[in-house]
Design a binder for this molecule. Structure first.
Ligand code: HGY
Ligand code: MN
Ligand code: MN
Length: 414
């Protein structure tokens, strides 16, 4: 097969996977849903077609394994199967397809590896359905907090119940913990979700580190009232308080040189045209390359939120729902990936990731590295998300080269 063929093959599988979606623009495939089940069936075909032994683990991770020499450690690869709502067809899932094709390429080239390999399709990285995420990689690393099983989606279904309804046994999640001495490392291939590689005219890049992130759920409670009979100065309007908080969150980030802060989700009640909003729930997400900047921003935001609520006679409840520290990629792994990318004539451009990834959690288990592909206009988390088949072909070739190079196998001897 030519390089072009690998790119087209990747696109064909991704077209099938994109169809595993709720109706509507783009791709909506949330964890432990019919769409997730449909995607697992397609991935099962892909992995079996590559000669991998396939099973679904207790956390809903689909595992495709190719054994290596007896007692050899395992190199882990993969990404997440889930998408955001009305998202793209490449985020996460492309990082499951490409390493399978890289293993197919190595097999076709007659290359046998001195280690075992696994490709993992994690159920939930986005944290869109439930206010938690990364259960799959955290289960392997032994860092999953079982209390998260009681978190509920917007329909009040707990993660535990959704897993049971999906045919899984959530109580078996702690048994998934891997022995670090048997894990050679983790490599994730993911679209950049930004414009840097496209502007540099590079199809591939190598990630130096991943930003830290935290999320909070805030509820402001005032008093719902008739919009026509309550004078302005007698109101306890939760939405005007929320509006002031949204701008305060933006202001804290704008005054910083590295923090990004976003209110991405907001619900108001009773949400009718002729009533003063009595209650507002909103999300606050804070990201930064350094954890100190992120926690300093949180402290500022929390202080401002309390003052806004007090000034407006609103009750405020602010809950910390999710956090993942900033994660540097392993130096040796990153150099091995950079060598492989440069072996295919690219610059080996290195860049930090402002998006979070399964890799952040896998770093608690083993050395981690990431390869980015360029994406059109840097667009992601949107139906227009696109990665050119040639960039995917380049990624398959670079992954195959990286696996075949001695550098990866030597991770073990460090
Ligand atoms: O939100 C993120 O950065 C990732 O896409 N989950
Ligand atoms: Mn992703
Ligand atoms: Mn994403």
């Amino acid at each position: 097969m030519t390089e072009t063929d690998w790119g087209m093959m990747a696109q064909n599988w991704l077209d099938r996977l994109a169809a595993c979606s709720q109706p509507g623009p783009g791709v909506t495939r949330l964890p432990f849903t019919r769409q997730h089940r449909a995607a697992l069936a397609v991935l099962h075909d892909l992995m079996e077609g590559a000669g991998l032994a396939v099973h679904l683990d207790a956390a809903g991770t689909l595992v495709g394994r190719r054994d290596g020499p007896t007692d050899a450690p395992t190199l882990l690869m993969g990404s997440h199967q889930d998408s955001v709502r009305e998202g793209g067809a490449y985020d996460g899932i492309m990082g499951v397809v490409l390493p399978v094709l890289a293993l197919m390429k190595l097999q076709q080239d007659g290359v046998s590896l001195p280690f075992a390999t696994e490709v993992l399709a994690f159920a939930d990285e986005e944290g869109v359905r439930f206010p938690t995420a990364l259960m799959g990689p955290r289960a392997l690393a032994g860092t999953f907090d079982m209390a998260a099983l009681d978190m509920c989606d917007r329909d009040g279904i707990s993660l535990r119940r959704a897993m049971r309804d999906f045919g899984l046994n959530p109580d078996a999640v702690p048994d998934l913990k891997r022995d670090p001495s048997q894990c050679l490392g983790w490599i994730e291939c993911h679209l950049e979700q930004g414009p840097v590689l496209e502007r540099a005219q590079q199809p591939l890049g190598v990630v130096t580190g991943i930003c830290g992130i935290e999320r909070h759920s805030v509820t402001l409670t005032g008093r719902a009232a008739h919009a026509g009979t309550v004078p302005m100065d007698l109101r306890c309007d939760a939405l005007t308080g929320a509006a002031e908080l949204v701008l305060a969150v933006e202001g804290v980030a704008r005054r910083s040189d590295s923090v990004l802060a976003t209110v991405g989700s907001i619900q108001t009640r009773p949400n009718v045209v002729n009533a003063v909003p009595g209650e507002v729930s909103l999300s606050i997400e804070i990201r930064a390359p350094h954890d100190g900047s992120r926690t300093a921003a949180r402290a500022q935001i929390e202080t401002m939120a309390r003052k806004i609520a007090a000034d407006r006679r609103l009750a405020m409840d602010m809950r910390h729902t999710y956090a993942q520290p900033a994660t540097p990629c392993d130096t040796a792994m990153t150099l091995a990936l950079s060598d492989a990318v440069r072996a295919h004539g690219h610059s080996g451009l290195m860049l930090a990731s402002g998006a979070t990834h399964d890799t952040s959690a896998m770093a608690d288990l083993c050395p981690v590295g990431m390869i980015f592909t360029a994406c059109r206009d840097g667009v992601s988390h949107h139906p227009d998300e696109f990665v050119a088949p040639d960039a995917m072909a380049q990624a398959v070739a670079a992954l195959a080269t990286a696996l075949a190079q001695p550098g990866i196998a030597e991770q073990r001897k460090r």
